[in-house]
Design a binder for this molecule. Sequence first.
Ligand code: UD1
Ligand code: UDP
Length: 379
Amino acid sequence: MQKLNVMAVFGTRPEAIKMAPLVLELNRRPELNCQVCLTAQHREMLDSVMQCFGITADYDLDIMQQRQTLSDVTARVLHGMEDVLRTAQPDLVLVHGDTTTTFSAALSAFYAGVPVGHVEAGLRTGDIRSPFPEEMNRLLVARLAELHFAPTRRNADNLRREGVTENVYVTGNTVIDAMAYTIGDGTFSSPELQQIDFTRRVITMTCHRRENYGAPMHSIFSAVRALSEAFPNVEVVYPVHLSPTVRQAAHEELDGRPNIHLIEPLDVFDMHRLMARSYFIMTDSGGLQEEAPALGKPVLVLRRETERPEAVEAGTVRLAGVDRDEVLHLAAQLLTDEALYAGMAHAVNPYGDGHACARIADAIAWHFGKSSTPPEEFL
Ligand code: UD1
Ligand code: UDP
């Protein structure tokens, strides 16, 4: 049987973490072949994931520039993908999530007449300006895609409400599959993590989103600084994103506190292991909202809304917003109210069961006539 040629296109750290186990799964299937095209919207943070999963790129557009704008990324991906698609002639392009790489790669494939499969489809806040530009990116990709891999039933329902009813598969989120590779024996390779006193309670935080740039980010950091002063025996570990805007704000607000550790981005093995050893998580990241509940770690989401309400409903995630006093109050409550903490610290897996990649591979094989068995759904 002739193999179906799939091309996975991704460019940022979270896309890579969530596509890596899928690339590995697709290449285990005799009827499928998966090539990888990196846009490298991120460079160092992307290469780190590739190394962790032992994946090499077939194509690399290498587009990243310091302080790149959304138009820079969009134009450079569109331009670069044209040649790649002409050369590689894939039968299917897979994109992931909601970044500018996701949107531009999907548009390039559409222009080239190549069907698009959208992994992590159907997440919505309902506000096209938040998260910005991600909500618009994923809305547009839903129009461009032929196959839609929705992590949860709620995500599939979001798509149906927009009239996207064909070829929607509920698969679970591939990030849960990724965690089977990363948690391992829990040992750290980062020397910075080896310095942290884990006999104390450790809060892991991340904060990087564009809609938090400026006043919201300063307000969040001010809350974290105040928290570290009120609880000197608690350690805050913050692997700071490589965005110069984020780094400047983080260092301005958080330098000089002995119990706040601003460290370099961690490789994904260390990151998941750090989360597993933390008391709770404060984050505006999408991925951490999915990973932490699986590890039984409470999460305060440093945003006004979330496209991932499942864990909020399960009680392990709270929307803390970006107001200084509210963030400080909720974090202090989690440190002092044992019953509240215990109520949030139970492991739940609303986002997946570790078999999302197999379901996606099954759906692709079925859709393209390479298999006669339809995929099972994640319930
Ligand atoms: C992007 C995505 C966002 C995702 C985030 C994950 C868009 C619009 N945004 O935002 O959805 O949540 O990635 O982290 O697609 N940089 C480096 N090295 C790296 C990575 C970034 O130096 O390895 C610096 C560069 O100066 C770059 C800047 O960070 O210009 C911002 O990167 P960019 O991809 O534009 O935005 P993110 O905020 O990372
Ligand atoms: N992550 C990582 N190292 C870090 C910070 C985060 O490996 O120093 C992982 C994290 O576990 C999650 C993903 O990167 O899997 C989230 O990426 P990010 O926060 O950059 O993007 P988002 O999820 O907000 O799109």
